[in-house]
Design a protein around this ligand. Sequence first.
Ligand SMILES: [Zn+2]
Length: 119
Amino acid sequence: MTRKDYEAIEYALYSRYNSYPNPSVQLGVVYGVACDIAFELEKTNKAFDREHFLAIVRGERELNSKPNRKHELIITCFHDAMAECSCGKWTYVYPGLRTRAQIEEHFKMHTRQGKTGAN
Ligand SMILES: [Zn+2]
């Protein structure tokens, strides 16, 4: 998908989400769908920022705003595993062999914490 495709999804969800009073059942349903879509997009695009996407849906960020920082996994070594995130707030060191999948599992915990950026 292109950036325009993501923006189209964001716009559709944002428009629908903001057409209901808060609180309301409909609002909750729309937000649930937004979370489901974000979850699926995250699977196919490592650079996808779920928290930013949902902030746009809630109207807390501008529709065409960019995420504050991208989280991209950089693996520097598999033997005595070493990896880091492009945001600069996460590093991973393991004294022994790790597979990409094992490193990605740890990396996912970092990207899910989003705003704090802590380990
Ligand atoms: Zn990061």
